[in-house]
Ligand binder design. Structure first.
Ligand SMILES: Nc1nc2c(ncn2[C@@H]2O[C@H](COP(=O)(O)OP(=O)(O)OP(=O)(O)O)[C@@H](O)[C@H]2O)c(=O)[nH]1
Ligand SMILES: [Mg+2]
Length: 273
């Protein structure tokens, strides 16, 4: 009797595990709180020990990517922009397709990548990343937003993996201690970091947190947590509500993305809000 040979197990493609792909780290928060600056700090201090790449999300421009490239914190080709053309939260939460493609492209082009930092377009207090896009997320407030911002709460403030209160060097104008205490009270023990780019101790604490997250990711001991959905809200719907295009380093939009958009009538997937 003939026996059917067992399938060669070496032909089975390996499944992707967290140890094989980069830690995907989201950075969200209201407009101007210092998301790009925080990413610049991380790149400047960790690029020698970790392989890093960055995705920025802007509504109408690739300004954040250009800022980071001009700061020289990473080789320019490791920094790519997604131009969302719509509400920033859409591209990081409702329809993450463009961001996922951009992250996967970076991971493939510069393999092995240790950490991909994804900056959200500046949005309101309720915008958070989908856990389908990032493994962990930082939510950034700044002291200039006013001492009561942390008390207002929201999913990012309450449940992001790290809450940063940025620009503490502006402290003389704001009660930083009260703001940090309010933030800590809103987080049920979750970490809060008072940060200023002018305070080396706080910058090192930020880098240590990123290192720790990466180690936990590689070890498989970190579980991504969804901070929670957006608060109910409405849109005028006078513009597309899904991400528009991935913008290449030279400012061009890849043909395949344009085609996809034309074919799909301007929407990828089914935006839900
Ligand atoms: N004083 C002070 N200013 C800071 C600090 N970090 C960032 N800034 C300033 O805050 C402003 C906004 O910083 P960005 O990093 O562009 O903020 P952002 O959140 O990326 O902004 P959007 O992407 O437009 O939402 C800039 O003028 C920065 O120079 C800080 O630690 N201290
Ligand atoms: Mg920015």
């Amino acid at each position: 009797m003939t026996q059917t040979p067992a399938p060669a197990t070496t032909d089975v493609p390996p499944t992707e595990t967290s140890a094989r792909r980069a830690l995907r780290l989201g950075v969200a928060g209201p407009v101007g709180t210092g998301k790009s600056s925080l990413i610049a700090l991380v790149c400047r201090h960790l690029a020698d020990e970790l392989s890093l790449a960055v995705i920025t999300n802007d509504i109408y421009t690739d300004e954040d990517a250009r800022f980071l490239r001009s700061a020289g914190v990473l080789p320019a080709e490791r920094i790519r922009a997604v131009e969302t053309g719509a509400c920033p939260h859409t591209a990081i939460r409702d329809d993450i397709t463009m961001n996922l493609l951009a992250v996967e492209d970076l991971e493939r082009d510069f393999a092995p990548v240790d950490v991909v930092l994804v900056e959200s377009g500046g949005d309101n207090l309720t915008a958070t990343f989908s856990p389908g896009l990032v493994d962990a997320q930082v939510f950034v407030l700044d002291v200039a937003g006013g001492g009561d911002v942390a008390r207002k709460g929201g999913p990012g403030i309450a449940r992001a993996d790290l809450l940063v209160i940025n620009k503490t060097d502006l402290g003389p104008h704001v009660d930083v201690d009260t703001m940090v205490a309010d933030a800590t009270a809103a987080r049920d023990g979750g970490p809060v970091l008072a940060l200023s780019r002018t305070d080396p101790t706080s910058v090192e604490a930020l880098c240590a947190w990123v290192r720790r997250m990466h180690q936990q990711h590689v070890a498989g001991t970190h579980t991504p947590v969804d901070p929670g959905p957006m608060a109910p809200h409405v849109h005028a719907h006078d513009e597309p509500h899904a991400p528009v295009a991935l913008v290449e380093d030279d400012g061009t939009v890849p043909d395949k993305q344009i085609g996809r958009w034309k074919d799909d009538g301007g929407a990828i997937g089914a935006p839900t809000s």
